[in-house]
Design a protein around this ligand. Structure first.
Ligand code: NAP
Length: 283
């Protein structure tokens, strides 16, 4: 019988470390600060922005918000980003996605300075990740997954990591991080003929699909580490991409949903803000 990874405890410990790091930086006259731009009416986005604000306050990280209404254009958002790029008091810039439908996401993300790209979606940031450069920001969900794997001491070297999903925010970056750690990586997606052929071989299985319980127990290798990234809202309940209760009979460890990968995301963002503050002050 496998076990659910206690991600809440991991996050609690990491938050304590981060808070101490922020306090130490402040003693040296450095106050990390995040700027958040919200340009949408999306209710979930408003909740996420609220969560980020609350955790910044908890960690002692400064935060400022730019809330734009639908009369604003892509150029308006880009103008704010450019102003923030030049503002020395701001270390990290986050544009909450999705934007209003009439706005061009790529144009906005491309305008963020790679030095302040704490969400890690700028093409240059992703490019650095792909060539394995150390000094780059790792996007928050993949970074959170690595935090979990490191905390439970998973040695990726020589392991077969299978990732289901190839998105820019999860599947692709996590594939590169696992590759960098010496795993043999397979990426499955909607055009893969039979994903179970691959998932059954996975020592480390990452499910980032957005389909409730698509990963069943008979698709998982005995003793696998399973990372469930999926967040699916069904009848008021949140379900992952993995049929956790049955997969627990096969796997070694699995992240729960809710209370799993999702709760590492804001932590990773604020870790990136602190990293940005240190790099911008040559620490
Ligand atoms: P996405 O952009 O919609 O990508 C989904 C991926 O799954 C695509 O690559 C798609 O393949 C693939 N896919 C779809 N149906 C499939 C199938 N039947 N078999 C195999 N692959 C299939 O989603 P995302 O943004 O990566 O998010 C994935 C899930 O993670 C969602 O539930 C989302 O809510 C959740 N999420 C959670 C966090 C967190 O913090 N925990 C963060 C981000 C996302 P194609 O490329 O071929 O279309």
């Amino acid at each position: 019988m496998g076990e659910k990874i206690n991600v809440k405890d991991i996050v609690r410990r990491k938050k304590e470390d981060l808070k101490k790091e922020v306090e130490a930086l402040k003693k040296e006259g450095i106050s990390p600060k995040l700027a958040v731009i919200l340009a949408s009416e999306d209710e979930a986005s408003k909740i996420y922005v609220g969560k980020k604000r609350k955790m910044c306050e908890e960690m002692g990280i400064g935060q400022e918000e730019y809330i734009l209404d639908s009369s604003k254009t892509t150029q308006d958002v880009v103008d704010i980003v450019k102003k923030l790029n030049d503002d020395k008091s701001v270390n990290g810039i986050l544009v909450q996605l999705p934007l209003f439908k009439h706005m061009d996401m790529d144009e906005v993300l491309d305008s963020i300075s790679d030095k302040k790209d704490v969400d890690g979606f700028h093409p240059l940031t992703l490019g650095k990740l792909f060539i394995g450069e150390k000094e780059t920001f790792i996007s928050c969900t993949p970074k959170g997954i690595m935090t979990i794997l490191d905390d439970i001491c998973v040695d990726c070297e020589g392991k077969h990591a299978v990732i289901v999903g190839r998105s820019r925010i999860v599947g692709k970056p996590i594939s590169q991080l696992l590759l960098k750690r010496g795993a043999t990586v397979t990426i499955c997606h909607s055009k893969t003929k039979d994903i179970s052929v691959f998932t059954k071989q996975a020592d480390i299985l990452v499910a980032a699909v957005g389909k409730p319980h698509i990963i069943k127990a008979d698709m998982v290798k005995e003793g696998a580490i399973v990372i469930d990234v999926g967040i699916n809202r069904i009848d008021g309940k949140i379900l992952g991409d993995v049929d956790t209760e049955n997969v627990l009979n096969v796997c070694d460890k699995i992240t729960p949903v809710p209370g799993g990968v999702g709760i590492t995301t804001v932590l990773s963002l604020l870790e990136n803000v602190v990293q940005a503050a240190k790099e911008q002050n040559n620490i």
